[in-house]
Design a protein around this ligand. Structure first.
Ligand SMILES: Cc1ncc(COP(=O)(O)O)c(C=O)c1O
Length: 386
């Protein structure tokens, strides 16, 4: 009977969830509930300050196009707003071309699947985002991981593991869980010596790194030596989507080959128009960027003063590494009860034994907000040791 089939399917889902539950890793959706927000990726506070809302209102007032894109980009879903946003973005990050995807996940999975094949080899930082790992897996390329940001380890992996086909070096410019960056000049030099093309995800750097907010590659003037740069726009730019940047031929190739681009409805063109407006604002947000640096330094110093472990962070993302999953969950709940929204990150998102709180600083945080967070963290630490 069909009802038996449905029931046994649901039991198998339940059995799978029980395994997660036994490991104390069951996830729940949790709203912010008006708490002081150290959890969102709104690094420049473009959402919390109302800037995005104002840009959206202004665009909507003059909008005569449809709201939904009504198709995939290759069919009826292509609109002028996409072309304008792409043109603005490629100039901003000094690239020959930019192609807008509807999310960073779709960009990484689709682009890597398109560029790599089972004949190729990838050398990838162990801490890269799931969308990158999924893209590599789907491509079937031979993959070797090197320890997070450890370029000596990368060199030794390169010696031991000769590449077949085209070899790629894949990494991120600011890592989402550690808030640190690779030594970019050395990384590029190693890649060039070893014949590797570089693929760089700038999700947590766009808007924040670089004099004009155009990312870490531009900050270090390395943009011309990196084959592909991916810029998801759901973090500091405050919206959604991701620009994939590289030579003109890359864009043409993706339009023709990339499955996540071809077989999916594009994002609402209205949002692409607002994204174009945001790109225009980013260079002017220098005060916001230096304030972020200042409060991040203060937070790290405050944590270190009480021997709380902020890991290798050098950016606006500051982890508080607590070790066990239970401990991270307890600290998170404790902060939530005190009106502060910080989220715990547990395996498999981070390595076993390195569960943590991921503290995301935003330009709209005042020094007093950071002091309040530190005060609450000290209190939790003290109660724990009693
Ligand atoms: C490094 C990195 N790349 C890609 C993504 C996915 O981007 P999106 O949220 O736009 O799908 C994320 C999201 O957290 C990320 O941290």
């Amino acid at each position: 009977m069909y009802s038996d089939l449905l029931a046994s399917w649901q039991q198998s889902l339940q059995a799978d969830l029980s395994v997660i539950e036994k490991k104390n890793r069951k996830r729940f959706l949790r709203v912010n509930g008006g708490r002081l927000d150290f959890a969102s990726n709104d690094y420049l506070s473009l959402n919390s300050s109302g800037v995005i809302k104002e840009l959206l209102k202004a665009r909507l007032a003059a909008w005569s196009n449809s709201i939904g894109s009504t198709g995939s980009r290759l069919l009826r879903g292509h609109h002028e707003a996409f072309e304008q946003a792409e043109a603005a973005f490629q100039t901003f990050v000094q690239s020959e071309s930019a192609l807008l995807f509807h999310s960073g996940y779709a960009a990484n999975v689709g682009v890597l699947q398109t560029l790599l094949s089972a004949k190729d080899t990838v050398f990838c930082d162990r801490s890269c985002h799931a969308s990158i790992l999924d893209g590599i897996r789907i491509s079937g390329a031979q993959k070797y991981y090197f320890d997070h940001n450890d370029l000596d380890h990368l060199k030794s992996v390169l010696k031991k593991r000769p590449a077949r086909g085209q070899a790629w070096l894949i990494t991120e410019s600011v890592f989402s869980m550690d808030g640190d960056s690779p030594e970019m000049e050395t990384l590029v030099a190693i890649a060039e010596e070893s014949g590797l093309l570089i693929y760089l995800d700038e999700a947590h750097a766009i808007g924040v790194k670089g004099e004009t907010g155009n990312g870490l590659a531009c900050e270090r003037k390395l943009q011309d030596r990196i084959a592909v740069r991916v810029f998801p726009c759901g973090k500091a730019p405050g919206l959604m989507g991701a620009f994939v940047c590289g030579p003109r031929i890359l864009k043409e190739s993706l339009i023709n080959r990339c499955r996540s681009f071809i077989f999916s409805t594009s994002q609402p063109p209205l949002l692409a128009a607002v994204l174009g407006d945001v790109i225009g604002l980013l260079p002017g947000l220098t005060k916001e960027r230096s304030h972020l640096e200042k409060i991040a330094d203060r937070l790290r110093a405050g944590l270190q003063a009480r021997t709380l472990n902020s890991g290798p962070s050098t950016s606006h993302i500051v982890p508080l590494i607590l070790g066990s999953e239970d401990r991270a969950m307890n600290w998170m709940q404790n902060l939530q009860d005190r009106g502060i929204d910080v989220r715990a990150i547990r395996p498999p998102s981070v390595a076993e034994g390195s569960s943590r709180l991921r503290i995301n600083l935003q330009a709209g945080h005042s020094v007093a907000d950071v002091e309040l967070l530190l005060k609450e963290l000290y209190t939790i630490a003290e109660t724990e040791t009693k």
